[in-house]
Design a binder for this molecule. Structure first.
Ligand SMILES: Cc1cc2nc3c(=O)[nH]c(=O)nc-3n(C[C@H](O)[C@H](O)[C@H](O)COP(=O)(O)OP(=O)(O)OC[C@H]3O[C@@H](n4cnc5c(N)ncnc54)[C@H](O)[C@@H]3O)c2cc1C
Length: 471
């Protein structure tokens, strides 16, 4: 265990002036919401939720067939959910990471890697096509070893991944310190395939693209109920409704409109801080000029990005499940986690002591026991859903959207033929068992981090069953 959880005075001081709003959403470029749905209308396709999954679904449905009447309904404004408040890592992997894909779908992993690279290229193409100003950079993601045993794991992962054509780069202590300086780093493993982005700007760019291609967007329009009729589904909001031939559910970790989804997904809160911009001397003291996405290799890990204007986003570590699938605005503020994160930040970068945080926020992620999206249909194939990205959906949501469209169009494609797409994650137990089991699993992961990675019997059992809890 590297990080001390005892609150430190310099950490508490650094949080004195934070705004409790997601940094990315606190931007004058945030579009004014369009009006809510206040009447009864008809549509070919209704997409529920305007985060990345819903925005990609609506955009690609329209791009495939401009004559298709597509309505996008969003409870708040586009990008206000996880999509506008995340770490900005755009992973090429569709399987959460290489190791997770290898352990679950070794036979189709090469195909999944290829599809993931194609998916990321598709995101880049759309950014170019619609000239989305979102600070996107293909800088790679550098995973950092904080203990020698993690470096051994990296060596093994590099070797395995190379057999699948992945070109990871292993760095020793001196090499990694030449990229980014921290007294805690023993080495690192760079995946050069991944990118970094300002996620809210990407979401707003996709929102504009949707409007440009003719998607009918309604914000402040929470869907309260789906009601099946013979050839359609009625999608009801507080003040209006849409009679739709097809419905795509892209509601991520928010209370699902289909009860069955609660078995497969638990909402988990993840928290992050943003610093003020670093001065030139502060920047020189850490380096990090390549703007790689950084994370450490612990079970309870931190992830961090440096923005184009030199601020550091620092998040992760605590992944909090609130009883009874708790999701509510007040859960986005967790002072003890903000203090812990700030304390860890100055342990990681002691040379930045005195730097202040400007923003502190939380967001909810859709954790499932296999860490990757899952899909399915309901109401005789008129409704489809995609969720379960488990904290890594910025890139994978575009693929999730494509699969959802395949399912609604009843198309057999290379995507729908994948075992990953055809199977579901193992369900979580219901309450009252859900809370203690998740908390015991989190406690076990913390113990493993304190014990040089040594996993207890409970974690070993979950590993053997292919089950887990992650963020
Ligand atoms: C703090 C944090 C850090 C993260 N970091 C990363 C990262 O660095 N990289 C990465 O890949 N992933 C990360 N993630 C996860 C990533 O943000 C998500 O996987 C991704 O944004 C999912 O997009 P989505 O559209 O499925 O969900 P969301 O963006 O949550 O969108 C769902 C939308 O549905 C709307 N909605 C819900 N219910 C209804 C309803 N009934 N009616 C109408 N609208 C409804 C919500 O308002 C919301 O806008 C992070 C998440 C968090 C919270």
């Amino acid at each position: 265990m590297i990080f001390s959880n005892t609150p430190r005075p310099e950490a508490l001081k650094s949080l004195a002036d934070v705004k409790h709003v997601p940094f990315w959403l606190d931007d004058p470029a945030r579009p004014d919401p369009v009006s809510a749905l206040t009447e009864g209308i008809k549509a070919d396709l209704v997409v529920v939720g305007a985060g990345f999954t819903g925005l990609w679904t609506a955009l690609m449905a329209k791009q495939a067939d401009l004559a298709r009447d597509v309505v996008l309904l969003e409870a708040g404004d586009a990008g206000c959910g996880a999509s506008g408040r995340n770490g900005g890592f755009v992973a090429a992997s569709l399987t959460h990471n290489f190791q997770n894909g290898l352990s679950r779908w070794p036979q189709e992993l090469s195909r999944l890697i290829e599809l993931g690279n194609k998916n990321l290229a598709g995101i880049e193409e759309t950014i170019g096509q619609f000239q989305i100003d979102c600070d996107y950079i293909r800088s790679g993601e550098l995973n950092l070893a904080l203990e020698p045993h993690q470096l051994d794991d990296f060596r093994e992962e590099q070797e395995e991944a190379s057999q699948y054509g992945e070109k990871y780069i292993l760095y020793d202590r001196d090499q990694v310190q030449a990229i980014v300086k921290s007294p805690l780093y023993f080495g690192g493993l760079l995946n050069p395939a991944n990118g970094m982005v300002n996620p809210a700007r990407l979401a707003w760019g996709l929102r504009r693209a949707c409007l440009e291609v003719g998607v009918r967007l309604f914000e402040n329009s929470q869907v309260t109920e789906l009601e099946e009729s013979r050839d359609s589904v009625v999608v009801k909001t507080h003040y209006g409704q849409v009679d739709a031939k097809h419905v795509a559910l892209a509601t991520n970790a928010f209370p699902p409109l289909l009860r069955r989804l609660s078995f497969y997904m638990v909402p988990v809160y993840d928290y992050a801080l943003m610093t003020e911009p670093l001065s030139q001397s502060q920047r020189d003291s850490i380096g990090w000029y390549g703007r790689e996405g950084l994370s450490d290799a612990a079970n309870q890990f931190h992830y961090y990005q440096i923005t184009k204007d030199g601020r550091i986003l620092w998040g992760g570590y605590d992944a909090v499940y609130y009883p009874n699938n708790g999701v509510a605005p007040h859960l986005e503020h967790r002072p003890e986690t903000f203090a812990r994160l700030a304390g860890h930040f100055f342990q990681n970068f002691p040379q930045l002591t005195g730097l202040r945080f400007t923003h502190a926020w939380g967001g909810v992620i859709d954790t499932c026991s296999r860490y990757t999206a899952f899909w399915g249909k309901a109401y005789g194939g008129k409704v489809a859903y995609a969720l379960g990205y488990t904290g890594l959906g910025v890139g994978a949501s575009r693929f999730g959207a494509q699969v959802m469209l395949d399912l609604l169009d009843d198309k057999k494609t290379e995507r729908t033929g994948l075992k990953m797409v055809k199977s579901k994650p193992f369900p979580f137990p219901p309450e009252p068992f859900r809370t203690p089991i998740i908390n015991f699993t989190r406690w076990s992961m913390d113990q493993a981090d304190r014990n040089h990675g040594e996993r207890n019997l409970w974690l070993k059992t979950l590993d053997a069953l292919g089950l887990g809890f992650d963020s």
